[in-house]
Design a protein around this ligand. Structure first.
Ligand code: SAH
Length: 394
């Protein structure tokens, strides 16, 4: 068993059960990609078992903080069983559920979503890559699903020195799927879509959006960064008169239009714009257009904490434009999925956007990821998705 010895004082985060060891914390020791290592403090005390990522700045991701744990097939089976049991207890009313959410479920680098009886997994770190077969077999056995599709084509995988990998890992079948949430039907494709096919983390916020559109009687709605139109369908279900969806992905917009039809809404109530959101918002402002409800759900603008400052300016600009485009009494649903932008910072960004826009607003509600995307106390980075519901003062 290879040992990685930390520098003095660098044991603190592992003692708090934070699962990452950065390269700068290591005094000596290395291992092969995905190999299990023992991490010791500078004076030789056991801290954790973990997987080595020789090419990543996150050099070790911890599997366990208990010296008695053996990292073997039984460990993965038991850990997966625990995540599945949590989802069972949550009783999520949808056929699309996140079963494994990486570090928050004790399996750094592993994402597993379930769409009906099809599993879709992302292996984004060397540790889970090395145990891929064991994990795949355990998932099939424990869920009873006959098929598992791999979508290991995320940029974070590159940081671990891994090549993209996609395709059926176990079984096979169609990649098109019809998701149901809040009583809506949403088509997606697990092979072609973003991430594993859909943004399951925004499920609850889409439900909240429908409620607000309905309660406030919003007529004109603007869904920015719409992807396949989840918030668009929510707005139509809430009785919106006219919903415009903007995204820079043509295939996503085509799926959004199909989803509007699938739910039986009149095509005349929805328009789709294949364009850059920022440029579109500026144009609407010039044209004097206004909306009763606006969604701003941009992609991750700050991939790491190091990008936070530049990303903060981008978020502020988007929110300033969004607030200016609201009718008095209208609502903005604004989100950030950047782990590097904390809840407090996001609040500050939106507040200063309001000041720049000359708009007074009331925060009606704070939003976060759906509960099948849990956050743990030990891993604050898990709280990546945050949102605010802001009403423009009349
Ligand atoms: N709200 C969506 C998820 C949004 S993901 C949902 O509930 O499913 C972010 C989306 O932003 C992606 O679909 C991506 O294609 C789009 N996007 C990224 N940059 C963009 C830009 N500059 N202008 C318009 N769309 C953009």
């Amino acid at each position: 068993m290879k040992v990685i010895r930390l520098k003095p004082g660098k044991e603190r985060s592992l003692l708090r059960r934070h699962p990452w060891v950065f390269d700068g914390a290591i005094a000596r020791g290395n291992a092969d990609a995905g190999e299990t290592v023992r991490v010791d403090s500078h004076d030789g005390q056991f801290l954790a078992w973990g997987a080595c990522s020789p090419e990543s700045r996150i050099r070790v991701r911890a599997w366990s903080f208990d010296q008695a744990t053996r990292i073997d097939a039984g460990f993965f089976r038991a850990t997966l069983q625990r995540s599945l049991a949590l989802r069972d207890r949550l009783g999520i009313a949808s056929n699309g559920v996140r079963l494994v959410h990486g570090e928050s479920d004790g399996l750094p680098g592993l994402i597993v979503d379930r769409y009906g009886d099809t599993l879709v997994a992302q292996f984004t770190a060397c540790g889970v890559e090395r145990w891929k077969d064991v994990i795949a077999d355990a998932l099939i056995e424990l869920t009873g699903c006959p098929r598992l599709y791999e979508r290991s084509d995320t940029s974070s995988r590159e940081l671990d020195g891994l090549q993209p990998a996609t395709g059926w890992l176990r079984g096979d079948g169609p990649t098109a799927f019809e998701l149901q949430e809040h009583g809506w039907r949403l088509g997606l494709d697990i092979a072609q879509g973003h991430k594993t096919g859909y943004y399951l983390d925004q499920r609850d916020s889409r439900g909240v959006f429908r409620e607000h559109v309905q309660r406030l009687g919003c007529r004109e709605v603007l869904n920015c960064f719409s992807y396949t139109g989840g918030f668009t369908v929510a707005a139509l279900a809430g009785g919106a008169g006219q919903v415009m969806s903007i995204d820079s992905s043509g295939p996503a917009l085509a799926q959004a239009a199909a989803n509007v039809a699938l739910n039986g809404f009149d095509a005349g109530r929805a328009t789709f714009l294949d364009a850059d959101v920022n440029a579109s918002l500026r144009r609407f402002l010039d044209e004097g257009r206004r909306f009763d409800a606006i969604v701003l759900d941009p992609p991750k603008l700050a991939p790491t904490a190091a990008h936070a400052e530049r990303a903060a300016r981008a978020y502020k600009d988007l929110n300033r434009l969004g607030l200016k485009l609201l009718n008095p009494g209208g609502v903005l649903f604004t989100f950030s999925c950047s782990g590097g932008i904390g809840v407090e910072l996001f609040h500050k960004i939106v507040a200063s956007a309001g000041i720049d826009a000359g708009v007074d607003g009331a925060i009606l509600q704070r939003l976060g990821g759906a509960p099948d995307h849990p956050m743990t106390l030990a891993f604050p980075e898990g709280e990546y998705l945050k949102g605010l519901v802001v009403m423009r003062q009349a």
